[in-house]
Design a protein around this ligand. Structure first.
Ligand code: PTJ
Length: 257
């Protein structure tokens, strides 16, 4: 469907159309559309723009990914259709690997996602078919199936837009986790090492930009950025940002500005 650019919710509708197309193509599952709706609610409350709070977590995430020896970007159905180009650009920028890791796993979806990433310039895509031959402890879902060259041996994993138990389990097996999640209250947000509370469609290009701008910096400088970042306090600021907005809206007789 063509979205008129004058529509007040044009950007949000454009993202929905991308996901709907991904669903028709078999990349996104029905639950992925529900996940997007959940995210949209929080995006609405945040103000549908990247906050300075998110910018500081993007900077810390970029530093963590550049310090990492074996960073991996984990890809599910939603992110594969929303940010395929940025996944590849980020992997190139940080010298990281790309791995498909699905909650609702099927051989067909894995291959479709791999194809989407290859079309967007990926050189290699891990975790597809028999190459996901290792099992990560702690997982009951299909997410336990990982690639021995990727998530199994990763020190840092980027999980854009994920279900709740995953980040906690990755943390339990000793991985640093960078999450992108619009809901600052989700288990993912609360358990990640760095949580970027922003829409993936805005955060991913900014993360690529930040890794490119920091990648020639010294390890000392990157470590300083990481040391100065406090995820708990960053999340608290996100929640406070949402509550302040609600107070302001209520003070203006419920009118959203
Ligand atoms: O492709 P699969 O099989 O691996 O399945 C993926 C889904 C997304 C279905 C699965 O991971 C899932 O069920 O996720 P949840 O539990 O619905 O959680 C999704 C989280 O992502 C929620 O906390 C949403 O707020 C958040 N979210 C949704 N859309 C976006 C988002 N965060 C950032 N940007 C978005 N566009």
């Amino acid at each position: 469907m063509k979205i008129p650019s004058s529509h007040p919710r044009a950007e949000s509708l454009r993202i929905r159309e991308i996901l709907k197309k991904g669903f028709d193509e078999g990349i996104v599952i029905a639950q992925g559309l529900i996940a997007q709706g959940r995210g949209e609610t929080f995006d609405y409350l945040i103000g549908e723009r990247t906050t300075p709070i998110a910018i500081s977590s993007i900077r810390a995430a970029a530093a963590y990914l550049l310090i990492a020896k074996r960073p991996v970007i984990s890809v599910n159905g939603n992110i594969a259709v929303l940010s395929p180009k940025e996944i590849v650009e980020l992997a190139n920028s940080i010298g990281g690997k790309i791995e498909v890791n699905l909650f609702h796993r099927s051989a067909k979806r894995e291959l479709l996602i791999k194809k989407r990433l290859l079309i967007n310039g990926a050189k290699d895509v891990l975790g597809v078919g028999n190459s996901a031959s290792a099992n990560l402890s702690g997982f009951e879902s299909h997410r336990r199936k990982v690639d021995p060259r990727g998530i199994l041996v990763a020190d840092t994993v980027l999980v854009p837009l994920e279900d709740g138990d995953r980040t906690l389990n990755l943390r339990k097996v000793g991985k640093l986790v960078i999450a992108i999640d619009l809901n600052p209250l989700s288990r993912t947000a609360q358990t990640a090492t760095v949580t970027i509370v922003d829409n993936v469609v805005r955060a991913m290009p900014l993360l690529v930009k930040e890794t490119n701008s920091l990648k020639n910096e010294s390890i000392d400088k990157l470590e300083r950025i990481v040391k100065e970042f406090d995820n708990k306090s960053n999340l608290q600021k996100c929640i406070s940002h949402i509550s302040k907005r609600l107070v302001q809206i209520s003070a203006s007789n419920g009118v959203l500005k």
